[in-house]
Ligand binder design. Structure first.
Ligand code: HGY
Ligand code: MN
Ligand code: MN
Length: 425
């Protein structure tokens, strides 16, 4: 390891304090809700912009609202990029996404503290609408950067509450003018909580993420016929609610009993008119399929289609729309090795693993060498206000991010990482 060009340690107290401060934005009972492009998201974004500036970074916002804090390097090639997202699900924990952005800002503080410019530029990104709760698809800001979705199409997306991305970005003051392709990174590293039980159960402090499973999200609509709950005989009903529940159980059992797919979730199911004494005439449900194997993901999608066909044969109108999809992704082997060597050098326990959750990194993996670092989630709980990671574990992950960034920011030390872009495209 070369003599350090950066201040040795991240400021763990400031890291934890800032996670707490951001966690208070959008407070919602025991958790926080900062759905993408809401006033709460804006308040969180404003905090991040202030902290990026405090770390000495130049702040830029692109046309899909991605925020970047940049520390220019001695050469003007593409940056080593860190980052994640700060939008949340409903009544979320305080760490999902936010940890990777705030730890990235700690890295910028350390780089700035040396007073001398590192060779490569280093940037920290906060991507727009990673969660996809209000606008689908998810991973929106990183999809645009990776050209997985066209910018204009992304800007025209309508939310479930009838708003449009472009107008919401303008309303919160984050419709930037920077091209989303202006800062295409040489390398992307995302630090994130595991959101699952593997590290916590094994007592290992660091996950070197080698791959992310693919996901496939569907919105299903079943139309039957509303009718009187008291007078309508059971064999004369077109109960859309029961039809939807039957589909939900079929998909659940396929995952739970046959592992097709690895996991399946019916996250939302609503009936209309949603009254105690009315046979539901309409039902809406969402389906979230995840699997590391593309073929099994497709098999699950075929099972959904078969289930819809059976509902139609039973007299219902049944339709499904795919609202988000990503294929399984493998991260850069050399970057994973570099993380593993650096973790060992820091004396951190580490293991290689798969990510069950989706992340912006799976979009960045399509355009540059990419990898992820996980730290443990207590009892594997996430997307829940009880989400928690110990401060010491948060500091360890941030330290690994700092040390790895330090190595990558020295041009010429490509550390065997093929495809590390030296010049702007
Ligand atoms: O849904 C996910 O896996 C991520 O948390 N957006
Ligand atoms: Mn996340
Ligand atoms: Mn999440």
């Amino acid at each position: 390891m070369k003599p350090s060009e950066v201040a040795e340690e991240v400021n763990a107290e400031r890291l934890v304090r800032r996670l707490g401060e951001l966690g208070e934005v959008g407070r919602d009972g025991a958790g926080r809700t900062r759905l993408a492009l809401t006033p709460q998201d804006k308040e969180g974004r404003d905090l991040i912009v202030g902290w990026l500036r405090e770390a000495g970074a130049q702040v830029k916002v692109d046309r899909i609202g991605n925020i970047y804090g940049c520390l220019p390097g001695r050469n003007d090639g593409p940056p080593i990029m860190l980052g994640s997202h700060i939008d949340t699900v409903v009544r979320a924990g305080a760490y999902d996404g936010c940890y990777g952005v705030i730890a990235g800002i700690e890295v910028l503080h350390c780089l700035s503290a040396t007073g001398s410019r590192q060779q490569r530029s280093v940037a920290v990104a906060a991507f727009t609408n990673e969660e996809g709760v209000r606008f689908t698809p998810d991973l929106l800001g990183s999809r645009v950067m990776a050209k997985n979705i066209a910018l204009e199409e992304a800007l025209d997306i309508h939310s479930s509450d009838g708003n449009v991305v472009r107008e919401e970005l303008e309303r919160i003051g984050y419709l930037g003018d920077l091209s989303p392709w202006e800062l295409l990174p040489a390398v992307f590293l995302e630090l994130h909580i595991e959101q699952g039980p593997v590290l916590d159960a094994s007592g290992i402090g660091i996950g070197i993420v080698e791959a992310v499973q693919g996901h496939s999200w569907w919105r299903v609509v079943i139309d039957g016929m509303a009718n009187h709950a008291g007078t309508t005989p059971m064999d004369l009903r077109q109960d859309a609610g029961v039809a939807a529940m039957q589909i939900a159980i079929k998909l659940h059992n396929s995952a739970a009993k046959a592992g097709i797919p690895r996991v399946a979730t019916i996250g939302s199911i609503t009936v209309e008119p949603n009254a105690i004494n009315v046979v539901p005439g309409k039902a809406l449900l969402t389906v979230d399929f995840r699997d590391p194997d593309e073929e099994k993901l497709r098999e699950a999608e075929r099972l959904l289609e078969i289930s819809l066909r059976k509902a139609r044969e039973a007299g219902f109108r049944a339709s499904a729309e795919c609202i988000s999809r990503s294929s399984p992704v493998r991260f850069d082997p050399a970057l994973c090795s570099l993380l593993e060597q650096t973790a060992a050098h820091l004396g951190l326990s580490a293991r290689r693993m798969l990510s069950g959750a989706s992340h912006d990194a799976q979009m960045l993996a399509g355009i540059c060498p990419t990898a992820m670092i996980f730290v443990p989630s207590r009892l594997g709980i996430s997307h829940n206000s009880r989400e928690h990671t110990e401060p010491a574990a948060l500091a360890q992950g941030a330290q690994l991010l700092l040390e790895t960034t330090r190595q990558l920011a020295v041009v010429g030390e490509s550390n065997g990482i093929t495809g590390i872009r030296a010049e702007r495209v």
